[in-house]
Write a protein that binds this ligand. Structure first.
Ligand code: GAR
Length: 220
């Protein structure tokens, strides 16, 4: 009997690649019906490239500094992803804004993880901004990518408290633990065909209902 189709993922990463690692691990243990066919980075020596090679996954390096036009950089990425037969583009700490030629090549097929509870705190250094704003909760968001900065339809979010003695590093670490849980889950929801975008909202077939409410500081 032939193997069931596995969703072909292309993961784009600029940094250490801990989110990439969580996806590699969940593909390996069968929690995600997908396979990473390519890991692409814009940063020579990025940890994500090492993690991919260690897992036997094909890699590509496209250094944005070798392009004068942002759109040409994006076209080179699209050509590389298409040559690998990528079906879903997964941005995992990919620190470049992407342009229309890229988005148009993969309609509703690019997702991103962001270390804040969107639509609050789009952009950069968002853990620090959440602390400075005095927020009691922070978290992370997986969303579809549209033309804006961290603006696309939201798939899944996790919430963590902000504690009195938190600094950017401690809060980022607490959020990252949750990133590693929700990103593989979002990919599996797509692989299983359970998501439908309706305007700004993402409908999830047969989703369980959230139970419990968090209050910080607690009421007791
Ligand atoms: C993660 O916290 C991710 O949410 C963030 O970069 C980090 C990458 O870590 N992404 C962004 O800020 C995107 N704007 P990793 O390389 O260990 O996965």
């Amino acid at each position: 009997m032939s193997e069931p189709h596995k969703l072909r993922l292309g993961v784009l990463a600029s940094g250490s690649g801990s989110n990439l690692q969580s996806i590699i691990d969940r593909c390996a243990d069968g929690s995600i019906d997908a396979e990473i066919v390519l890991v692409l980075s814009n940063v020579p020596g990025a940890g994500a490239l090492d993690r991919a090679k260690k897992a036997g996954i094909a890699t590509a390096l496209i250094d944005h500094r070798t392009f004068t036009e942002r759109a040409d950089f994006d076209r080179a990425i699209v050509a590389t992803l298409q040559a690998s037969g990528v079906e879903l583009v997964v941005l995992a700490g990919f620190m470049r804004l992407i342009t229309a030629p890229f988005i148009d090549a993969f309609p509703e097929r690019i997702i991103n993880i962001h270390p804040a509870l969107l639509p609050a705190f789009p952009g950069l250094h968002v853990q620090k901004k959440a602390i400075e704003a005095g927020a009691r909760f922070a978290g992370c968001t997986v969303h579809f990518v549209d033309g804006g900065v961290d603006t696309g339809p939201i798939i899944i979010q996790a919430v963590v408290p902000i504690l009195d003695d938190d600094d950017e590093a401690s809060l980022s670490a607490r959020i990252l633990v949750q990133e590693h849980r929700i990103y593989p889950r979002a990919i599996q929801l797509i692989a299983a065909g359970r998501l439908r975008i309706e305007g700004r909202r993402v409908r999830i077939a047969a989703a369980a209902v959230v139970d419990g409410v968090m209050v910080n500081p607690p009421l007791h």
